[in-house]
Ligand binder design. Sequence first.
Ligand SMILES: Nc1nc2c(ncn2[C@@H]2O[C@H](COP(=O)(O)OP(=O)(O)OP(=O)(O)O)[C@@H](O)[C@H]2O)c(=O)[nH]1
Ligand SMILES: [Mg+2]
Length: 400
Amino acid sequence: MTVQAGVVGKPNVGKSTFFAAATLVDVKIAPYPFTTIEANKGVGYVKIKCVCRELGVKDSPVNSVCIDGWRFVPVELIDVAGLVPDAWQGRGLGNRFLDELRRANVLIHVIDAAGATDIEGRPVKPGTHDPMEDLQFLEREITMWMYQIISKDWPRTAKALDLKSNIAKELSKKLSGLGITIADIESALSEISLLRKKPSKWTEDELKNFIHVLREKSKPIIIAANKSDLPAAEDNIKRLRKELSGKYLVIPTSAESELALRKAASKNLIKYLPGDSDFEIIGEVTPKQQKVLEYIRERVLKKWGSTGVQQVINAAFLDVLEMLAVFPVENENKYTDHHGRVLPDVYLVPKGTTAREFAYMIHTDLGEKFISAVDVKTKKRLSADFKLEHRMVIKIIAGR
Ligand SMILES: Nc1nc2c(ncn2[C@@H]2O[C@H](COP(=O)(O)OP(=O)(O)OP(=O)(O)O)[C@@H](O)[C@H]2O)c(=O)[nH]1
Ligand SMILES: [Mg+2]
């Protein structure tokens, strides 16, 4: 199952623009709240320095794409309707779409850093709404949505849990539909010292606190401080970064600029790869296009270093979720699979994944018959419990 990021936030902040820029899926974008009603799903990419150049080979990617030595590894993105305060109780488009976030491993919270929309997403004069307010309410909505699901029937659940020796395991059966793992539950329980307390004895506050911590672990948030192209965004971004440092990663984005650049690149008007700090005009552009491109160069790329969209996706998976990219091969000298394709695949795996676990991810059979693994770059043998590292090329040796 591919990993998924949910694109969330109040209405009219640029969620669909961000989604469209990252996936090039054509979706409805408009300057008023609740443009998106049904969720949009699409494929975005984590951008990783490919190993092809350091190994001196021309690769033939299968599950990913390699452009100019950069591997683009697919991940799933889901763009949902805007959230307004009390959505968990059914306000706005309600909690129906909160349910769409069940599978999300990480949330990309798009905020209007220019402060050009109020708490409900209605346009206001740029700089007049404080985006800091949007953070607290969004967290609360997600937490309360979880609370509503978990607290339903809690007294009965708690009594049943009292009789079990492993609370985390039992709870995970109830919560797996929300994308919550046993590990999330165990670490939440131990963090707030509830491991040894009978669930039926938990106070209301303890239950709420548990769900709050569980939310942080199972749906971590990264902030895309969008509309970075607008002058009013500058001070807000500096302030958010300072005040949220250590709590959230805040990355300035201009989703609209990224969408324009990606579209221009796909028409061969410019040479530009997502995440680049500049572009080069290579086609016939109209004076109007030229003006837009220059605006993006001056107001976004020179100012912030990039449009930020690729940086957010990378950080969501590589920094927040701490995933690693690993290249499996069958032939450690030619770096090929059994069809002779060079460096065909890249897997995004959680940090801490062992060589044997990786074998299981490729194929159950390979996991069961695992003997050892080879670090293909150094030709060193790796044992079953060796923890894989970012950008390793791995061959699994298995018995018959
Ligand atoms: N200046 C600026 N405007 C942007 C940017 N990204 C999006 N917008 C504009 O913001 C408005 C809302 O964009 P959408 O992508 O529809 O916003 P949304 O968050 O999906 O809105 P809902 O679906 O209604 O919740 C549109 O007018 C976009 O053109 C940006 O980076 N800079
Ligand atoms: Mg939308």
